[in-house]
Design a protein around this ligand. Structure first.
Ligand code: PNS
Length: 168
């Protein structure tokens, strides 16, 4: 069985990697699908996000990386993939995921969304919050004494370096 693990991954977090690792144990193959949506003006380009994913997930077997634009349900149908893997951290995430799963099912009936509960260690953290902490922290690193070791609990060293390059 093959699953798509779609998302913005701007950037990939340890929470994403935890879901990916556990998903790779459930499915024969997991295709990480990075949304190419310039309207969202992401911090990292699609290629940067894929490179960060590839390096950060180098130890996870059976995964591939691709990008998509347009509807996820169309991408899955064209690739003949029937499973979408998503991680949920909270009730708020569930409230976001449920209509998306139901809409995707209406768009492509053979599509099943498999929801995996995030490891509690990462339940409060998001890529958005990481971008905010890195942006403010690195911008004021000399006055504030921001210690970027704090980022190690949320992202891989590769992602941390890229954040530093973006903001310092
Ligand atoms: O990491 P994110 O931003 O929570 O992932 C959301 C994502 C990218 C999976 C979702 O927004 C998506 O697939 N968008 C593509 C357009 C689409 O299919 N929209 C309808 C969803 S019902």
């Amino acid at each position: 069985m093959i699953a798509l693990f779609p998302g913005s991954f701007d950037p990939v977090t340890l929470g994403h990697l935890d879901i990916l690792k556990r998903g790779a144990q459930l499915f024969d193959q997991v295709i990480v699908a990075v949304l190419n949506n310039p309207a969202k003006s992401p911090l990292f380009t699609v290629q940067e996000r894929i490179d960060l994913l590839r390096e950060s997930a180098a130890d996870i077997p059976g995964i591939q990386f691709e990008s998509y634009s347009g509807l996820l349900a169309d991408f899955a149908r064209k690739r003949e993939i029937h499973y979408i893997l998503r991680g949920v951290r909270s009730e708020a995430d569930f409230a976001y995921e449920m209509p998306m799963a139901q809409a995707n099912k209406q768009l492509t009936d053979e599509l099943e969304t498999i929801i995996m509960v995030t490891n509690h260690a990462y339940a409060y953290m998001s890529a958005g919050l990481i971008r905010e902490i890195a942006a403010a922290g690195y911008a004021s690193i000399f006055e504030s004494g921001f210690d970027d070791k704090v980022l190690d609990q949320w992202v891989t060293p590769t992602v941390k370096n890229m954040l530093k390059n973006k903001f310092m």
